[in-house]
Write a protein that binds this ligand. Structure first.
Ligand code: SF4
Length: 462
C-alpha cells in the first residue's frame, strides 16, 4: 500500500487515462454482448490485441471490494476485472505481468457517478500490489469518446468511424434478435443463430474494418438478416410491443437485468430496447449544443478572443454527428426492406420532442433526456407498454420515472419501473406478469395504432 499512502492521488491521474495499446491486451468489459464483441473485432483489425472478459462471474468479488453504495454497474465491472486478473494470474503463474494489460473503462462527465467508476476501480486495483501496474484506459464523453493517444494518430480517425459503425451493427443485430425470437418456428433457434452471427460480424470487423470497407460488412449483414427472417414462423400473429428505456448498462447487460427481455417475451411480448448508438450520438450532439451556447454567450458579452475555438468545436462535433447519422441511415436503409426492424431515433428529434412536451430539458443532461424523450416516441409510435430498466438508486432513471408516470397514467399506457441490484426480488416476476397482462389488454383494445401527440406544446423557454 506504500504507493497509495505516499502519493494518494497520483495513481488516479497517472494510471487512468489514454495509453498506447501497442503490445498490450485490451480488456473489454461485456456490457452489451454483441457490441462488446464487434468492438473487440474492430480493435483487432487495427492491430490491438483486444478481448472481451467473461462477465458476472466475479460479482462476489465486485461486492467484496465495494461498499454497497456504488452504482450496480460499478460493482459488476469491478468484479469482472478482478475475476479476469485472478484467473489470469492463476493460469500464468510467474509469467503474469500486469503491465501487459489495459482495462477499458470509459466515463462520462456530468452529475452521474459513471465518471468515478474508473477512479474507484483504480483504488481497488492499487490495493493489490501485484495489480498496480494494470492500466485503466479511459475515454470520456467530454470529447465524444475521442481516442487521442490510444490508437496511432494516423489511424485514430478511421478507427473512430469503424468503432461507431460496429455499435450501429451491434444495435441492428440486437433488433434482429428481438424481432425474430418471439416468433421462432423452433424454440431456441434464434439464440444460437444470433451468437453465430455475432462471431461472423466480429470477424468481418476484424478483416474489413481497417480497410474502411463498410459495404462488405453491410452485404454480410444483409445475408444474416435474410437468414434470420427464415426463422420466423409467419403463422404466429404479432404480439404486444414493449419499449425499454433506462440506464444504458443495466438495460443492455442481460445478467444484471436478469434477462428481462426474455422474461417479457415469455409472457407474450415483442420487445425493443433503446439503442447504444443513441448514447454515442447524444454525447456528440451535447458537446455541439454546449459549444453553441458558449459561442452565443461570448458573442453577447463581446468576448471575441474565444470565438474561433468555439466555432472550431461546433464544426468538429457537427461533422462527427453528420457522419454518424449518415452511417447509421445507410445501414438501416439496407436492412429495413428485408425485415421490419425497429427504427432508431435522431437525437435532435428527441430534443424537439422534449421541448414540445415541456417535460424536461437537455440543459439538465444525463440519460433522463434520452429516456423521457424515448418514452414519448414509444407512446407516439403505438407501443403497448414501456419498461424503465435501471440500477437501484440510479439518479437519471429515478427522475425519468417520476416525470413520466403521471403521463403514462393519463394516456393509460402500461408502465413498469424495473430497478436491479443483483438480488432477486420475491415479487419481481409477478410484477412483470401483471404488467404484461395490462400490455396485452392495451394491445387488444388499440393494436399498435399510432398515438396522436397530445402533449402540451411549449410556448416559452425556461
Ligand atoms: S446513470 Fe445511474 S447507474 Fe449510471 S452512474 Fe449515473 S446514477 Fe449511477
Amino acid at each position: 500500500m506504500e504507493a497509495i499512502e505516499s502519493q494518494p492521488f497520483r495513481s488516479l491521474s497517472e494510471n487512468v487515462g489514454q495509453f498506447g495499446l501497442g503490445n498490450k491486451t485490451l480488456l473489454i468489459p461485456e456490457m452489451n454482448r454483441i457490441g462488446a464483441h464487434l468492438l473487440a473485432g474492430t480493435f483487432k483489425g487495427f492491430g490491438v490485441n483486444a478481448l472481451v472478459m467473461e462477465t458476472y462471474k466475479g460479482l462476489d468479488l465486485g461486492k467484496e471490494f465495494t461498499s454497497g453504495k456504488e452504482c450496480f454497474p460499478c460493482q459488476v465491472t469491478t468484479g469482472d476485472i478482478l475475476f479476469f486478473l485472478k484467473k489470469e494470474k492463476e493460469s500464468l503463474g510467474e509469467d503474469f505481468n500486469p503491465e501487459n494489460y489495459v482495462f477499458f473503462m470509459p466515463e462520462s462527465e456530468g452529475p452521474c457517478r459513471f465518471g468515478m467508476y474508473n477512479k474507484y476501480q483504480r483504488i481497488v486495483l492499487d490495493s493489490f500490489p501485484e495489480l498496480r501496474k494494470v492500466k485503466i484506459g479511459s475515454l470520456t464523453s467530454e470529447n465524444s469518446y475521442a481516442l487521442k493517444g490510444m490508437i496511432e494518430k494516423q489511424q485514430a480517425g478511421n478507427f473512430r468511424k469503424v468503432a461507431y459503425f460496429s455499435v450501429v451493427i451491434g444495435d441492428i443485430l440486437d433488433r434482429l434478435l428481438w424481432r425474430i425470437r418471439p416468433y421462432e418456428r423452433k424454440q431456441g433457434a434464434t439464440d444460437g443463430f444470433i451468437e453465430r452471427s455475432m462471431m461472423t460480424m466480429a470477424d468481418f470487423f476484424e478483416s474489413c474494418g481497417s480497410k474502411i470497407d463498410f459495404n462488405r460488412i453491410i452485404d454480410k449483414l444483409e445475408e444474416i438478416i435474410k437468414e434470420g427472417k427464415s426463422i420466423i414462423d409467419p403463422a404466429i400473429p404479432r404480439k404486444p410491443l414493449i419499449g425499454i428505456v433506462g440506464e444504458i448498462y443495466l438495460r443492455t447487460h442481460v445478467h444484471s437485468n436478469q434477462d428481462i427481455i426474455r422474461v417479457l417475451e415469455g409472457y407474450g411480448a415483442e420487445v425493443v430496447n433503446a439503442s447504444v448508438s443513441e448514447w454515442v450520438d447524444y454525447t456528440t450532439y451535447d458537446r455541439m449544443r454546449k459549444a453553441k451556447i458558449d459561442l452565443r454567450l461570448n458573442l453577447k458579452q463581446f468576448r471575441l478572443n474565444k470565438l474561433k475555438s468555439y466555432l472550431k468545436e461546433i464544426s468538429n462535433h457537427g461533422v462527427d454527428l453528420y457522419y454518424q447519422q449518415i452511417r447509421r441511415d445507410q445501414a438501416y436503409k439496407r436492412v429495413k426492406p428485408l425485415l421490419d426492424l425497429a427504427e432508431d431515433h435522431r437525437v435532435s428529434h428527441l430534443e424537439k420532442a422534449l421541448v414540445k412536451s415541456d417535460l424536461y430539458s437537455f440543459e439538465l443532461g444525463t440519460e433522463a433526456c434520452l429516456s423521457i424523450a424515448g418514452i414519448l416516441e414509444y407512446i407516439h409510435q403505438g407501443y403497448n407498454g414501456v419498461v424503465n430498466v435501471y440500477p437501484f438508486t440510479c439518479m437519471p432513471s429515478t427522475i425519468t420515472s417520476s416525470i413520466v408516470k403521471p403521463i403514462m397514467n393519463r394516456e393509460k399506457i402500461p408502465f413498469l419501473d424495473a430497478p436491479y441490484d443483483g438480488t432477486y426480488q420475491p415479487g419481481g416476476e409477478a410484477t412483470i406478469r401483471t404488467f404484461m397482462y395490462q400490455a396485452c389488454q392495451h394491445f387488444r383494445r388499440h393494436g399498435r395504432k399510432k398515438h396522436p401527440q397530445t402533449f402540451k406544446v411549449r410556448t416559452e423557454r425556461i
